[in-house]
Design a protein around this ligand. Structure first.
Ligand code: CU
Length: 421
């Protein structure tokens, strides 16, 4: 078509258009005789063949292929300097990582699995929105041994009416059920693991045979999914203790695997009298876009929700008291990451027990704030001196917010001691 007479072509075009307009089928025009139709291509008249002009030469094709390969190689080399390309789908397939997690080329798949979100497909129970944790667990008597059953599983749990997390739970509640025994009891606790990963249980602070202490791979084989392990010991202490996972603790305890273990003394202890008691178990949570990640002090792992006994304020309990009454608060450091300076408004309390040990009268101190570090317990007795709503809360203000928002004056690690005259 090169060298085609444009005036002729234009004329032909005009003819064709005219013919089309005069009800000729569009396909028919190729057969139409055209005056002066002298091109050698056999192309329908009026069509311009530009293929020769746009067709790539071999040299051009080679250049593009070479450039593509160079860019691909550069991309791979750059990626290999930044991320770990050795990871396979078997290592981290399906893992959802927290936003902000730093994943460099030396980040192993195990670290990613450790920080990954709870897989929603592993949830086997949805707790009612108003369910509470820390319920009394009743023992069976087996030849004078108090026998308890604990079962781990993945559940959905409301920390607020509108905020549902996916947690690891003992007996489908967070915190796990309260085990309350008496000094001198022999206890047998059968732990069945229904988690997607292995676990164990540690009896924090107790004097017991080493094989029942719980550290995975150190004193026992981890309890594999679907398997059980029975712990048995004699309670020779009294006080406030707790139990928690001791296998991948940074993940599992941060997702809810802990519970109170209270041992009452066989004979009265030398601590001041009190009228009520309340146990406070602390936890940090990381919940983003419907996924629950184990909160931890790693980039991307910082918590945005905080709970007392599995609930964030304003869903925490309110304790009703009367002026003159005394309450024993048992603070349990079931929190995994932060030291929480727990403060009570309305006057000082007396620290009567630390880590399950009675504070001798001569060493007893009064405070209004006590730092509850991970693993620590503080038993304090607070007297209701004035009527009103007295706050019990963490004194790190971010820990008294829900996803950085205050609701009804507070959030997270806050609860109310409501004192009437
Ligand atoms: Cu705090």
């Amino acid at each position: 078509m090169q060298g085609h007479d444009h005036s002729k072509m234009d004329k032909g075009d005009a003819d064709t258009k005219k013919s089309d307009a005069e009800k000729m089928p569009a396909t028919a025009h190729a057969e139409m005789p055209h005056k002066g139709d002298d091109d050698m291509t056999g192309m329908p008249h009026g069509t311009v063949d530009l293929s020769a002009a746009t067709r790539a030469t071999s040299a051009q094709k080679f250049a593009w292929a070479f450039l593509s390969l160079v860019l691909l190689a550069a991309g791979l080399i750059f990626s290999a300097t930044v991320v770990n390309l050795n990871l396979s789908a078997r290592d981290v397939g399906g893992a959802i990582m927290p936003p902000g997690m730093i994943m460099l080329r030396d980040t192993p798949g195990e670290a990613m699995r450790d920080m990954a979100a709870v897989d929603p497909r592993h949830v086997t129970f949805v707790a009612p929105a108003n369910a509470r944790g820390d319920n009394d667990l009743q023992p069976r008597l087996e030849n004078a041994v108090k026998a308890f059953d604990l079962t781990t599983s993945v559940i959905k749990w409301n920390i607020l009416p509108y905020e549902q997390v996916m947690g690891y739970a003992f007996n489908q509640q967070i915190p796990g059920p309260r085990i309350r025994i008496t000094e001198g009891d022999r206890v047998r606790i059968r732990v069945t693991n229904n988690l997607p990963e292995s676990t164990t249980v540690h009896w924090h602070g107790l004097i017991l045979p080493n094989q029942f202490d719980g550290p995975a791979e150190i004193t026992q084989e981890p309890i594999q999914p679907g398997e059980s392990y029975t712990y048995e010991f004699f309670a020779q202490q009294a006080g406030t203790f707790f139990y928690h996972t001791h296998d991948h603790v940074d993940r599992q305890q941060a997702l809810g695997l802990y519970g109170a273990l209270l041992i009452d003394p066989r004979t009265p202890q030398n601590i001041p009298a009190y009228d009520l008691e309340y146990t406070v178990q602390l936890q940090e949570w990381l919940e983003r876009e419907g996924y629950t990640f184990p909160a931890m002090l790693m980039e991307g792992g910082l918590p945005n929700f905080f709970t007392i006994n599995g609930k964030a304020y304003p869903s925490t309990d309110t304790v009703n008291m009367q002026v003159g009454q005394k309450i024993r608060i048992r603070f349990i450091g079931s929190n995994n990451n932060f030291i929480h300076p727990m403060h009570i408004h309305g006057g000082p309390f007396t620290v009567v027990e630390t880590d399950g040990n009675v504070v001798p009268e001569s060493a007893r101190i009064q405070k209004d704030t006590v730092n509850v570090g991970p693993g620590e317990r503080y038993d304090v007795i607070w007297e209701a001196r004035e009527p009103g709503k007295w706050l019990l809360h963490c004194h790190i203000p971010h820990h008294t917010t829900n996803n950085n928002v205050e609701e009804q004056g507070a959030g997270g690690l806050t609860m109310i001691l409501n004192v009437t005259p």
